[in-house]
Design a protein around this ligand. Structure first.
Ligand code: CAA
Length: 257
C-alpha cells in the first residue's frame, strides 16, 4: 500500500510508521490521520507484526492538527468532518504501540504520543498542548490523558499555559519511559518493540487491554476484567508453551494461539 503522508516499514516482527509531512512539521491533516489509521489497521491484522513503533522522524514528531486546514471552519463543519472515529481506531490499536519522539510533539501530535503504550523520548523532545494559544482547547484527548498520566496540576499547567515540557521533565513526570540521545530514538524504540514482540501475542494484547481499563473503570470492575483475561489465557497454547518452557529451562516459542 502506497501512502502520501506516512511511511511504512517492517523490521522483523516490528512495524514502523513514520509521519511524513516534514515541510509542515508533520501537521496532522485529515488525510494523514486517515493514512495513519489505515496503516495501523493493516499492522493490527498482520499476525507476523507483533509490535509497532510510531515516529515522526529525526527533528519533529508532529506539531499538531493542521492549522491551515482548520482555521476557517465552523462548528458544524468540524462536526461533519469529525475525526473522532479515526483517532479512536488509533487509540484502539491492539498490539504494543511505542512512540519514538524527537523534537516537537504538540497539540494533536502530543495527543498521538499519549495514545501510545510507551514513549521513548529523544533529548530534543518537547511535549505540549499549545491549543490555548490559538483560542481553542485540545480536541484529541489532551485534557483527559494528561491528568490521567501526570495528575491535575501539571495537566492544568500544560492545557492552560500552553508551554511544552522538555523530554527530561516528561520522564520525571512519568510520561516518557526513557530519554535517549535524539540520534538513537527510533533504534531504541525498535529494540524495545522487538523485545515485546518476543512475548506471547495474546497475553500482550490482554495485558494492554487490562492496563487501559484501569484508566476507565473503578477498581473492582478493573480487577474483574483482569481476572477474566487471566483465566482466558489458560485456554491458549502459548500459556502451556510458556509454562512448559520455564519448567524445561528453555526459551518459549510463542505462536499467538
Ligand atoms: N499546522 C499547519 N502548519 C504548521 C503547523 C500546524 N500545526 N505547525 C507548523 N506548521 C508549518 C508552519 O506554518 C511553517 O510553514 P511555512 O514554512 O509554510 O511557513 C512550517 O510548518 C515550519 O514551522 P515554523 O516556521 O513555525 O517552525 P518553527 O521551528 O519556527 O516553530 C513550532 C515550530 C513552535 C512547532 C511552530 O511551528 C508552532 O507553534 N506550530 C503550531 C503548534 C500548534 O499550535 N499545534 C496545535 C495545533 S491544534 C491541535 O492540534 C488541535 C488538536 O488537539 C487535535
Amino acid at each position: 500500500m502506497q501512502y502520501e503522508h506516512v511511511l511504512v516499514d517492517r523490521q522483523g516482527a516490528v512495524g514502523v510508521v513514520t509521519l511524513n509531512r516534514p515541510k509542515v512539521l508533520n501537521a496532522l491533516s485529515p488525510a494523514l490521520i486517515a493514512e495513519l489509521s489505515d496503516a495501523l489497521d493493516r499492522f493490527d491484522a498482520e499476525p507476523d507484526v507483533r509490535a509497532v513503533v510510531l515516529t515522526g522522524g529525526p527533528r519533529v514528531f508532529a506539531a499538531g492538527a493542521d492549522i491551515g486546514d482548520m482555521s476557517e471552519r465552523g462548528p458544524v463543519e468540524q462536526l461533519q468532518r469529525d475525526q473522532t472515529g479515526r483517532w479512536a481506531r488509533i487509540a484502539a490499536f491492539s498490539k504494543p504501540l511505542i512512540a519514538a519522539v524527537n523534537g516537537y510533539a504538540l497539540g494533536g501530535g502530543c495527543e498521538l504520543a499519549l495514545m501510545c503504550d510507551l514513549i521513548v523520548a529523544g533529548d530534543t523532545a518537547r511535549f505540549g498542548q499549545p491549543e490555548i494559544n490559538l483560542g481553542i482547547i485540545a480536541g484529541a484527548g489532551g485534557t483527559q490523558r494528561w491528568p490521567r498520566t501526570v495528575g491535575k496540576y501539571v495537566a492544568m499547567e500544560i492545557n492552560l499555559g500552553g508551554a511544552p515540557v522538555t523530554a527530561q521533565r516528561a520522564y520525571q513526570l512519568g510520561l516518557a519511559n526513557k530519554v535517549v540521545p535524539a540520534e538513537v530514538t527510533v533504534d531504541v524504540a525498535v529494540q524495545l518493540a522487538a523485545r515485546l514482540a518476543e512475548k506471547a501475542p495474546v497475553a500482550l494484547r490482554l495485558a494492554k487491554e487490562s492496563v487501559n481499563q484501569a484508566l476507565e473503570l473503578p477498581l473492582s470492575e478493573g480487577l474483574a476484567v483482569e481476572r477474566k483475561n487471566f483465566y482466558f489465557l489458560f485456554a491458549t497454547e502459548d500459556q502451556k508453551e510458556g509454562m512448559r518452557a520455564f519448567l524445561e529451562k528453555r526459551k518459549a516459542q510463542f505462536k499467538g494461539r
